[in-house]
Structure formats: structure tokens, C-alpha cells
Design a protein around this ligand. Structure first.
Ligand code: BT5
Length: 254
């Protein structure tokens, strides 16, 4: 694999032939040592990938990227942790858009990457806090690259291959992803949160487009996404009234 053209992201690269979950591996590493900031744990064969709150992430061996990045964003207060979701979503968006320049790539709140109405990538960020600061962060990223059939029947998967008809070289893509991640992380670290938030909203799936949603109680409604608040909740206009939604309080209807 080529060395990424970065200062630190991916300069230490733990490339595993197989692992249950790169996020779990990174957590285990953090519990025993202090890996260098920017350490990346990558595998092309993840057998027990995790999503949010107990969900699973499917990945056919040798077809996709699964990696975790270790960071120490001690410049961020715990209350600002959604800023991590913003930089990571943008970096993965940049990466996918670079691979699929002709396709409608977007960020689905809070941090999926969509092509059209389909999910191409998922992100799982796990922060460890001390008091009001962030001690360490594991950023897990799964991107469907050459996989064309999904056996666990996720609702709307897609891959770079399905979108373009092309086969991608995984070993070229990992360093490229590291470069996009570092570039957005350095922007965040330099305090450029306003332009990052603006870029996030510009790429946000269904931003400013009235569409159908469902509440946790099953009630359907039409809403218009108008922004996100400081803690990352989705701001909507529902029948001309403002409302905010937390993760899992809202389902997108197709
Ligand atoms: C995510 O969770 O989308 C986060 C996925 C993060 C995976 C990476 S891979 C490297 C690192 N190590 C790990 O163990 N995890 C991270 P969530 O938003 O909860 O979405 C999970 C849901 O997406 C599942 O319940 C399925 O419905 C769907 N899904 C599962 N696999 C998929 C796939 N390959 N493509 C599209 N959708 C999928």
C-alpha cells in the first residue's frame, strides 16, 4: 500500500488481514497503550462490523474499505463533539465524490454518505470523555466499494462499483481516504468550524427540500430540513413551525 501524503493520518497504519471490528480493535489498543494520533487500523475483511446502537455493518471480504482512525481532539469541548461528525462526514463525502464525480453524492444526517437515495458509507464515531473534554476518539468508516450484492438485506445499499460500473483498487483508496480525512481534520483544528458547517449543509441530503418523514410513534409528516443546531440535532420546519430532532427520533421515508 502506498504511504499517504499526510502529516500524521495513516502514517502509522495497522493493516489487518482479518478482524472482527476495526473500531473494537482500536478501543482495545487505546485501553492498553497510547497509539500515535492519526493511527489507522484498516482491514479488507471485517467479520463483525458494528453500526450505531447494536446494529451491524455488512462487508463482503476483499471488496470494501473498513477502517478506524484514532484521534486526540483535546481542543474540543465534549459539548462540541458533533463537530467531529461534521469533519468526518465531509471527508468521506470528498472521497466518494472524487470517485464518483458525475453522481449525486450527499451527506445524510447525521453521518451517512448517500448516492442518490442509497447508502454508500457509514460512520461510527466513539468518543471517550474526561469531564468536559474529549480524551480520545475512534472514527470508524465503512465504505462499499466493489461489493454488488448484500446478504443481510440492508434497506438501500449501494457501492462505488454499482454506481459507476468500475472496479476500484482498494490499496489505492485507503491512502486517498487518509488524505481527505487529514485535510478536513486540520480545518477543524484550525478553528474553521463555520465554513465546515456551511459545507456540511451544502452537501446535506434533502436540505431545503420538503419531504416525507416518520416520528418514533409512527406518525408520518412532511418536513423541510433547515439546518442543524450546535449539538447536531436536525432543525426542521414542519407545517411552518420549527422543530428539532435527535438521532432515532426521525425516520426518512422514500
Ligand atoms: C453505520 O451505522 O452506518 C456505521 C457503520 C460503521 C462501519 C465501520 S466499518 C469500520 C468500523 N468498524 C466497525 O465495526 N464499524 C465501523 P448505522 O447508521 O447504525 O447503520 C447501520 C445500518 O446500516 C444497519 O442496520 C443496516 O440497515 C445498514 N447497513 C449495514 N451494512 C450496510 C452496508 N454495507 N451498506 C449499506 N447499509 C448497510
Amino acid at each position: 500500500m502506498r504511504r499517504p501524503n499526510t502529516l500524521f493520518v495513516g502514517q502509522a497504519l495497522i493493516d489487518l488481514p482479518q478482524v472482527a471490528s476495526t473500531n473494537a480493535y482500536a478501543q482495545e489498543l487505546l485501553s492498553k497503550t497510547k497509539p500515535a494520533e492519526g493511527t489507522v487500523i484498516s482491514t479488507f475483511h471485517q467479520s463483525d462490523g458494528r453500526g450505531q446502537i447494536g446494529s451491524k455493518w455488512e462487508s463482503e471480504p476483499d471488496k470494501n474499505i473498513s477502517l478506524s482512525l484514532v484521534l486526540y481532539p483535546d481542543f474540543l469541548a465534549a459539548k462540541d463533539q458533533f463537530q467531529l461528525n461534521i469533519f468526518v462526514s465531509l471527508a468521506v463525502f470528498d472521497f466518494v465524490k472524487n470517485c464518483l464525480p458525475e453522481r449525486p453524492v450527499s451527506i445524510k444526517w447525521p453521518n451517512d454518505i448517500y448516492v442518490g437515495d442509497k447508502k454508500n458509507a457509514g460512520i461510527l464515531i466513539q468518543n471517550s470523555l474526561i469531564n468536559t473534554q474529549i480524551r480520545s476518539t475512534v472514527v470508524g468508516i465503512g465504505i462499499n466499494i466493489n461489493q454488488t450484492a448484500f446478504v443481510t438485506k440492508p434497506p438501500n445499499p449501494t457501492s462505488l462499483r454499482l454506481e459507476s460500473g468500475l472496479n476500484f483498487e482498494l490499496t489505492d483508496l485507503v491512502p486517498a481516504l487518509c488524505e481527505f480525512l487529514e485535510s478536513r481534520y486540520l480545518q477543524l483544528k484550525a478553528g474553521k468550524i463555520v465554513p465546515l458547517q456551511q459545507a456540511y449543509l451544502r452537501q446535506l441530503y434533502r436540505f431545503g427540500i420538503p419531504a416525507k418523514y416518520k416520528r418514533t410513534n409512527g406518525e408520518s409528516f412532511e418536513g423541510n430540513i433547515v439546518g442543524i443546531d450546535d449539538i447536531g440535532r436536525l432543525k426542521m420546519e414542519v407545517e411552518s413551525r420549527p422543530e428539532v430532532f435527535d438521532l432515532k427520533e426521525l425516520r426518512y421515508e422514500v
